[in-house]
Design a protein around this ligand. Structure first.
Ligand code: G3I
Length: 380
């Protein structure tokens, strides 16, 4: 993170000044919503909602949180409810569309656009268990192709044109090697071939939706192979005529220390080069899952929040400058509902603070940083 952003944010946290983009007042009431700020620049802002994960209740059924989501967002994506294992945990039973239908009906009533996530998550552990143990019979290639085709058709046909954008394929690249993940389906169909088929099937059954490849490559150290692998996959999909239209940048940013002199520097340049290459293939860009892991930051809340906000601001300044970027979505709005609370804990055992609002739904410096980045970015 850059010292300039960090020092300004830390000073503002100490004084409660408006340098946090208005969030120091503790609410977005008088402030324009993040979606209003985004719209002013030709973007939309959104977030994810879900019925919850083990032990932490349903975000969707938390009325205050849902109201916050409606106030800030113009786009909604379900956190888990449109994934294959959740829709079809047992192939002998009908698809479970209920939870997603309920959320989507509410989101539409609030005037939000809808995203679907995700038709094919390539890692074996995120395929339905029954797919991993499926008997593909005497003609395994045809059987595997049919399994995927049935899933994409059933899912896309159910939601129809209500979904403006689908994460068709999620996380196909192994970050440490840049190579494609294998799974039980790729073993029979081939890796790029399987992914290409998913895009073709999505095009057929969701003809109006934007079709997205979504992944978590970023600008941090050790991401070069991941970025190269993603570009190689996208180029190959284009070469084969697969209808991939956009690249989803998950943006699970990690911040591992307080600012060093130099800040974003070289990594920012490499990141912009990566974005330029993707745009050069004719792809649009979306930020699909922004949050900031604060595991490397000190316990002190003012320092931690300033560090998280400064890291996000650095990343957003570079990323929002990309002219084909049209959506900015966070992976949740309030800290206590973040998936990161389920991951590796902080050394001090404190709850992480990765999202724009705290557990009391009070706006944090990260909200101010997102607002400021939106105000500062070039319009499209
Ligand atoms: O719904 C079941 C529940 O019935 C069961 O009792 C409980 C027991 O653990 O599990 C519940 O399912 C959990 C599900 O979230 C819904 O709450 C799964 O165990 C849990 O693994 C799942 O985690 C999600 C994870 O993706 C895997 O699907 C996280 O909430 C979600 O935030 C995370 O999101 C991913 C994106 O899809 C892709 N990019 C990375 C991002 C973060 O990992």
């Amino acid at each position: 993170m850059t010292r300039r952003h960090f020092n300004r944010l830390l000073a503002a946290a100490g004084t409660g000044s408006g340098a946090l983009g208005g969030c120091a007042t503790g609410g977005a009431g008088a402030e324009p919503s993040l979606d209003a700020l985004a719209r002013a620049k030709g973007l939309r802002f959104g977030s994810t909602l879900g019925v919850g994960s083990a032990g932490r209740g349903s975000r969707f059924h938390d009325a205050a949180y849902r109201e916050l989501t409606a106030r800030e967002c113009g786009v909604l994506v379900p956190e888990n409810e449109t994934k294959w294992p959740q829709l079809c945990p047992d192939p002998r039973q009908p698809y479970r569309f209920g939870p997603a239908d309920e959320m989507f009906a509410w989101a539409r009533s609030q005037g939000m656009a809808l995203r679907g996530h995700t038709l094919l998550w390539m890692l074996p552990k995120w395929l339905p268990d029954w797919v991993n143990t499926h008997d593909f019979g005497a003609q395994p290639r045809q059987a595997a192709e049919r399994l995927l085709a049935d899933h994409v058709r059933t899912t896309c046909s159910h939601f129809g044109d209500s979904i403006e954008s689908w994460d068709v394929v999620n996380e196909a690249i192994a970050p440490e090697t840049g190579l494609l993940h294998e799974n039980v389906l790729t073993r029979h169909v081939g890796d790029v071939e399987l992914i290409a088929q998913a895009f073709h099937q999505a095009r057929e059954h969701a003809p109006k939706a934007q079709l997205v490849y979504n992944d978590f490559m970023s600008w941090g150290e050790g991401n070069a192979k991941h970025r190269a692998g993603v570009l190689k996959l996208l180029a190959e999909l284009k070469r084969r005529g697969a209808p991939v239209q956009a690249l989803g940048l998950q943006a699970h940013i990690g911040v591992w220390s307080l600012p060093a002199p130099g800040g974003a520097g070289a990594t920012g340049v490499e990141w912009r080069r990566f974005l330029d290459e993707a745009m050069g293939m004719g792809l649009d860009l979306l930020i699909t899952e922004l949050d900031v892991n604060d595991r490397g930051l000190p316990s002190d809340i003012a320092q931690r929040d300033a560090g998280v906000a400064a890291a996000a601001r650095d990343w957003l300044d570079v990323t929002l400058a990309a002219p084909r970027l049209h959506r900015l979505l966070c992976w949740g709005l309030a800290d206590h509902y973040s998936w990161l609370q389920d991951g590796k804990p902080r050394d001090d055992g404190l709850q992480k603070r990765p999202l724009p609002y705290d557990a009391q739904l009070k706006a944090k410096p990260l909200r101010g940083a997102i607002a400021d980045a939106l105000r500062a970015m070039p319009a499209r």
